[in-house]
Design a protein around this ligand. Structure first.
Ligand SMILES: [Zn+2]
Length: 168
C-alpha cells in the first residue's frame, strides 16, 4: 500500500533515502544511500539506485500518485477520466446469457455473440471501436441495418457495455 515509485523510472524498488554526513552505524542499504560528508547540494532527499534520479520526497509522492492513477485507476487531482465504451469478452458473454439473446439469435444454430461481435466475428469492425456515449455506440451498431442483428439485441449489448463501464 505504501509502495513508492521513482519519478525517473517508475521503479518501486530503487528508491533510497539520502543520508548526509557520517552515520554512527552502518545504514540499511535497502533504505538508505550515503551522500558523504561534503555534498554541495543537500536539497535532494531521495535517490534511485536504478536510474540515478535524485530529488525531493514531494516529487516521489507525485510520481507515486501518477503511477497509481495509471495502474489502479486511482483519482488524480485535476484530471478527469472519461472512460470510453467498448466491447469486451465479458460483455459478449453477458449478451449471450441474456433473455433477449436466447429468444432471438440464440435460436439460430451456430450463432454466438463472439461469432458476431468478437475479434474474428462477422462484424469484427466493432471490436476495435470506442464510443463516447451509449447513443453514439447504438447508432454505430445500427449502421447497415445493424448487420442483420435485431435492434433489441443491439440495445441489450449497449446496455451491458454501459453497465460494465460504470462499474469498473
Ligand atoms: Zn529510478
Amino acid at each position: 500500500m505504501d509502495e513508492k515509485y521513482c519519478p525517473g523510472c517508475f521503479s518501486s524498488t530503487g528508491l533510497r533515502k539520502i543520508l548526509y554526513g557520517m552515520p554512527a552505524s552502518e545504514p540499511d542499504p535497502d533504505i538508505y544511500v550515503m551522500a558523504g560528508c561534503t555534498p554541495e547540494d543537500r536539497s535532494a532527499q531521495m535517490q534511485c539506485i536504478e536510474c540515478e534520479w535524485e530529488g525531493t520526497t514531494a516529487a516521489v509522492r507525485k510520481a507515486t500518485r501518477a503511477r497509481r492513477f495509471i495502474t489502479m485507476g486511482e483519482d488524480l487531482k485535476g484530471i478527469t477520466v472519461i472512460k470510453k465504451l467498448r466491447l469486451s469478452h465479458d460483455a459478449l458473454a453477458l449478451l449471450q446469457e441474456s433473455e433477449i439473446w436466447k429468444s432471438t439469435l440464440g435460436q439460430v444454430a451456430g450463432f454466438t455473440a463472439e461469432s458476431i461481435y468478437g475479434q474474428e466475428g462477422k462484424l469484427k469492425q466493432y471490436w476495435e471501436s470506442y464510443w463516447s456515449s451509449a447513443e453514439e455506440m447504438r447508432s454505430d451498431l445500427m449502421q447497415n441495418m445493424g448487420g442483420g442483428i435485431p435492434i433489441n439485441v443491439i440495445d441489450e449489448l449497449v446496455g451491458i457495455v454501459q453497465k460494465l463501464n460504470s462499474t469498473t
